[in-house]
Design a binder for this molecule. Structure first.
Ligand code: SF4
Length: 467
């Protein structure tokens, strides 16, 4: 990775001071995330896997186990390393340390195997966690700074010319270009680190499946897709045939039970009949996840028909039907073929979802691609190249060739703030990697600035870059 992304470290050093302290003062960071979100982030390894317990012991999570869909602790079959000792058992995650007693876990035998209690909040007075047999459970307090990426606020900076536009316009194009490339490399390196950490926890195939599904979630439903794929891992789904897989995905997502059969058109009724014929046999095992607040939260209002999460889930079903073909290109770095991967995704079809946007919509007059060019590009930028570049350095050059297809409001806003009317604004948005670089600068500086550019260090820092 070092040789392939040599500019990433330079950008990191250039931006380092901006990162200091991010996350520590985020107001209400844990309140803004539901317990379900926190469990999902934990299970994705986003808090890391090495911790110091409340009594000062070093803890390493060796196995994150499985997300329990029955009554009892949140994660079962886990393994922790504590010094030379390996502790096997379950993990419980609560927003507040006091929830252990409030929810009656301390007197519940189902929690007897818990080896780790995680929480985000605690009162000043130390509270211990004990099981029904009066065994003390190791505690870890999860802090916002462990969760830098996920804690980043999702907001937009004002659409106006920024203070950095003047020094940027005075910089030679080659210097601006290298700054944008460095920011793009840094962005890819961070995505790589995150994805490879996920691979270490859950294996390559599950990590890729989860990440591709996350990309299908578009902007607003990424977390919901991640939760669904964490709860229905690939190895579970691939044991079932296609109708059962779809019943599981639409059942556990809550979509299947949210639709009244008699309100739908005939083709949908036929589709629902097939899914329900499987779902009623499987449903019992997942009933715990169908109740609030355990259901994934889908954001549907304002979504374009093509981006409706039901249709995206239909695309995921089609992707799973062709999983071997899709994953073949990603199994090893040597196997990579952009042409093969792209063609496999663009060719995905589904008898029902190729002609429907939602379970409530009338069929479209003609078939519509389930995964289009823009979505493929999102997957290339967020999954494929972050996966492969650290393993095959020459792929950075291939990534740099990709044209920009994304029509991203944030990219447009970043270009406006950094370049204004400068004709070079377009030059620096032609390629996908350039868009990624602009997004990184925008997030690192514009979104961290609350002084209307006045206190932003970027304009002055550019002198360092020139030097
Ligand atoms: S916040 Fe900084 S980087 Fe963003 S437009 Fe203003 S000066 Fe430029």
């Amino acid at each position: 990775m070092a040789a392939a992304l040599s500019l990433a470290s330079r950008y990191h050093a250039f931006t380092n001071s901006v990162f200091d302290g991010i996350g520590e003062n985020l107001p209400g960071w844990s309140e803004s995330l539901s317990e379900l979100d926190l469990q999902s982030l934990w299970f994705a390894g986003e808090f890391g896997n090495e911790f110091t317990s409340m009594d000062g012991k070093r803890i390493m999570v060796r196995d994150f186990g499985i997300w329990n869909h029955a009554a009892g602790p949140d994660f079962t079959g886990c393994a922790l390393q504590c010094g030379d000792e390996i502790l096997r058992g379950d993990i419980e995650l609560d927003p507040d340390v006091r929830d252990w007693e409030r929810h009656g876990h301390g007197g519940n035998e189902n929690y007897e195997r818990v080896v780790l209690h995680l929480f985000m909040q605690a009162p000043e007075a130390r509270m211990f966690t004990r099981t029904a047999a009066h065994r003390e459970v190791t505690q870890v307090w999860l802090k916002p700074e462990m969760l830098r990426d996920a804690a980043q606020p999702r907001r937009m900076a004002e659409a106006r010319l920024g203070r950095c536009a003047t020094p940027l316009s005075e910089m030679e194009s080659a210097q601006v270009s290298s700054l944008v490339e460095a920011a793009a490399q840094f962005r890819l390196r961070r995505k790589s680190e995150k994805l490879h950490a996920l691979i270490r926890i859950h294996g390559r195939e599950q990590a890729v499946y989860q990440s591709l599904a996350n990309a299908l979630g578009y902007r607003h439903n990424q977390r919901a897709f991640t939760i669904l794929t964490q709860r229905l891992p690939l190895k579970v789904l691939l044991k079932h045939d296609a109708p059962e897989r779809e019943a599981l995905l639409f059942g556990v997502s809550g979509f299947l039970e949210s639709v009244r059969y008699e309100d739908t058109e005939p083709e949908t009724r036929a589709y629902l009949r097939v899914m329900w014929s499987c779902w009623w046999k499987l449903r019992n095992a997942y009933v715990n996840w169908l109740e609030e607040p355990n259901r994934p939260r889908w954001q549907i209002a304002g979504a374009r028909p093509g981006n409706h999460p039901q249709r995206r889930l239909g695309a995921l079903c089609a992707l799973l039907d062709s999983w071997k073909k899709v994953f073949a290109a990603l199994r090893t770095p040597k196997a990579w073929s952009r042409k093969g991967f792209t063609a496999a995704l663009l060719a995905l079809e589904h008898e029902y979802w190729s002609r429907h946007y939602t379970l409530m919509s009338e069929p479209a007059t003609k078939s519509v691609a389930l995964i289009g060019d823009t979505r493929v590009q999102e997957m290339l930028a967020n999954v494929v190249y972050p996966l492969l570049v650290p393993e095959r350095g020459d792929l950075w050059a291939e990534f740099m060739e990709l044209p920009a297809l994304l029509d991203n409001q944030k990219v447009r806003r970043a270009a406006l703030r950094l370049f204004g009317e400068d004709p070079r604004a377009r030059t620096f948005q032609k390629r996908l990697y350039q868009q990624q670089g602009l997004l990184q600068i925008y997030e690192d500086y514009c979104l961290e600035d609350d002084s209307a550019c006045e206190g932003c260090p970027f304009p002055e820092k550019m002198k360092e870059w020139r030097a």
